[in-house]
Design a protein around this ligand. Sequence first.
Ligand code: XMP
Length: 521
Amino acid sequence: LVIVIDFGGQYNQLVARRVRECNVYCEIYSYKTDLEKIKAMNPKGIILTGGPNSCYEADSPTYQKELFELGIPVLGLCYGAQLMMHVLGGKVEKADVSEYGKTELLVDKKDSRIFEGVSEKTIVWMSHTDYISQAAPGFEISAHTADCPVATAENAEKKLYAIQFHPEVLHTVEGKKMLSNFVLGVCECAGDWKMDAFVEHTIKEIREKVGDGKVLLALSGGVDSSVAAGLLSRAIGKQLTCVFVDHGLLRKDEGDEVEGVFGPNGQFDLNFIRVNAQQRYYDKLAGVTEPEAKRKIIGEEFIRIFEEEAKKIGAVDFLAQGTIYPDVVESGLGGESAVIKSHHNVGGLPDFVDFKEIIEPLRDLFKDEVRKAGLELGIPEKLVFRQPFPGPGLGIRIIGEVTEEKVRIVQDADFIYREEIDKAAEAYKIENGKEPSWMPNQYFAALTNMRSVGVMGDFRTYDYAVALRAVKTIDFMTAESAEIPYEVLNRVMNRVINEVKGVNRVFYDLTSKPPGTIEFE
Ligand code: XMP
């Protein structure tokens, strides 16, 4: 076990993630955590994170000196490094020049264990306004930058290491190596922890927390809620009830796929309630064309249905949510870190469910880690590697009024499109041993509200136009259209027009975000 002590930095979960990438188990605790508690956990190493404060100010987060005297290796990062120096008798001051961004680091102590296998000149990510002007007694300066005389310092004998920059972010080119040097080298962790250990550990935790209580989860069939359902089911079986609302705006066959995995014939032991609310949604959406009005109706109807089901079930002890770490950060609920923006998945707890406590088993994981946990639990790949799919579903991929027929058209066109993209990508992979550069991060078909004249055989047609969208994006905040090979698009066009009744034209959407959004409404 490595303990990460959180001083409010934006990257603290990333630190934990990097430790997990070294196959070492890691837990994050606030800087307010009692030293006795830390000692009792008997960690092999301790990492102090960055933070927004100045350690020389009276009310800034700090930690008692004894932490550095336990004989346990300690690595301080950014604020953590400054704090280590400050507490142990070094000097930290406001810098004349605050360093921000990629910076060249020059390694002075070539035999430092942190820099084993690291280049003597390497690019690191700096982000600080205070700096260490003097290392604490007993510490040796092991690297510097143009503006930072003490970029790293160490007391190798006591296994104390201070790093001013952020090895946890990818901009620090050899950061992973440095962290693994600390965790596997200095701390001598075995590096044999795997996602199955997370799954086991979490199952145990859930059992302890829930006891013989009842848990309710709204299952959307998305990656996060599915993995949460899998974990909870393995932990507490039938004490878990999942409510899955099929709003009729899911992708083709998706409702049945979710039922196949989590329903009575699936591999998980739980109470599965599928609410077939398709018609109810179509009725509510009839005649509604304004995008926000549609979103509102779909959201409200979900709450109403969930509320009705919750009433039938009665009081539960826990309401489970598939919140994952990026949701937590965006909401500013991430431990000690500052608010960035609010998020729709977190915070707005449904007050109509009678429950005592919230349970969020995936709160510390990143998306790819959630997927790994999902595979570990035996959830089918199809579900685990599902693309992002918006809560309002196809409702916002059908421009204008939603009808049952339009849902059918967009489902069928989208199915063909995804199938062709996946086939082409698979063929490319087999041939080239890697994913094609055009592989989009999200791709789907939408239905424009436009009908136009065409000809099929000897007949005039007057049918709908389907729009194909495929974007490359890292964070979904900005995106570019993906360069899908023309032949693939052509094949999709042919199939859609031939196989999907009611369509006689296919467009490819080239718009980037901004100015477009990824979805159509
Ligand atoms: P936009 O359209 O805003 O989409 O560029 C960015 C990403 O967010 C997804 N999206 C949603 N996800 N509820 C969700 O859970 C929503 O209401 C919603 N709207 C958009 C979208 O699929 C894309 O990945």
